[in-house]
Design a protein around this ligand. Structure first.
Ligand SMILES: NC(=O)c1ccc[n+]([C@@H]2O[C@H](COP(=O)([O-])OP(=O)(O)OC[C@H]3O[C@@H](n4cnc5c(N)ncnc54)[C@H](O)[C@@H]3O)[C@@H](O)[C@H]2O)c1
Length: 283
């Protein structure tokens, strides 16, 4: 265990609730903050369901599940971050939203509190400009689904201190994850490399390939555990679109989003979270 004891996670969505679960599972007191009661309720339900699957597979006991749930406090009040040692931000992938939130937290939190951002693509150095603690802002890019994925990308910004980096590496290890450092350019390493492939898979669908065929080929021929269409449905087409647009600004045309991806986002075919993406999840 590190010097960190209390963790505050902003955003109870796909990533936020996963990060909350993993932190509570590893002994931390965690508050989970979102804008509406239904969002935090959904987050709590997802965590309970995920832990229940561990119980079913006999990886955890019912008692352990209860203890983990007992360490989580849902909240709609940002002021509850005042006693946090570590913030992990997992709200919408939008620079303005993240900067504004960090600006507010900067006023609320103690001087020593470190702010990690789970952004998939936005430069940490830009997010840090919303605060007066640029040395304590760092990227903590967890992967989806958080309870199952081993790696976390750690991204120091231009002004992040060595101390913030060291504390963050220890904190991530204390969650049973393996941290590795990436440079602070849009998309870092994981999104930068993966999303070219995901965008290309959308273009393959546009060329007439069936999503199920694309996924089967990538899994059987390239040994990927999931196909790209399944992965887009899991991550959210909107998330991929935002990330591609950010990287297009930075690196140019090679990240230009496939027209079908934009169309899917306009139609709210975002994947699992809306019940429809490349596949149908409504049943
Ligand atoms: N989905 C993925 O596979 C994935 C993987 C790695 C990183 N990320 C990144 O994680 C972040 C969150 O993604 P997600 O998939 O969990 O999104 P999501 O849409 O599932 O959840 C986002 C949550 O943030 C909340 N929110 C928005 N603005 C807020 C604010 N100002 N204060 C508090 N809560 C606010 C929303 O109500 C929503 O519940 C994004 O930056 C995304 O790029 C996503």
């Amino acid at each position: 265990m590190t010097s960190i004891k209390k963790v505050f996670v902003t955003g109870a969505g796909a990533m936020g609730n996963g990060i909350v679960q993993v932190a509570a599972d590893n002994g931390y007191e965690v508050k989970m903050y979102d804008l509406k009661q239904e969002f935090v309720d959904n987050g709590m339900q997802t965590i309970e369901g995920s832990l229940q699957r561990f119980v079913k597979r006999e990886k955890k006991t019912e008692e352990e599940k209860k203890e983990i749930m007992g360490r989580i406090t849902p909240t709609l009040d940002l002021n509850d971050a005042s006693d946090a040692d570590y913030i992990v931000e997992a709200v919408f992938e939008n620079l303005g939203v993240k900067k504004e939130l960090f600006g507010k937290l900067d006023e609320i939190c103690g001087e020593a509190t470190i702010f990690g951002s789970n952004t998939s693509s936005l430069p940490i150095s830009a997010i840090a400009t919303g605060t007066n603690r640029r040395d304590k802002i760092i990227g903590t890019h967890f992967m989806n689904p958080v309870p199952l994925m081993r790696g976390v990308e750690i991204i120091p910004g231009m002004e992040t201190s060595d101390e913030t980096l060291d504390i963050t590496m220890d904190f991530i290890r204390s969650l049973g994850k393996e941290p590795n450092v990436a440079r602070d350019y849009a998309g870092f390493v994981a999104s930068r490399v993966l999303d070219v492939m995901l965008n290309e898979a959308v273009k393959c669908v546009m060329d007439g390939n069936k999503p199920a065929d694309i996924d089967a080929i990538i899994k059987t021929c390239l040994n990927f555990p999931m196909g790209p269409c399944e992965l887009i449905d899991l991550a959210g087409a909107d998330i991929l679109l935002h990330v591609l647009e950010t990287m297009e600004e930075e690196y140019g045309d090679r990240y230009h989003p496939a027209p079908l991806l934009k169309q899917m986002v306009r139609a709210q075919h975002l994947g699992r979270k809306t019940g429809k993406g490349f596949y149908d999840y409504s049943k």
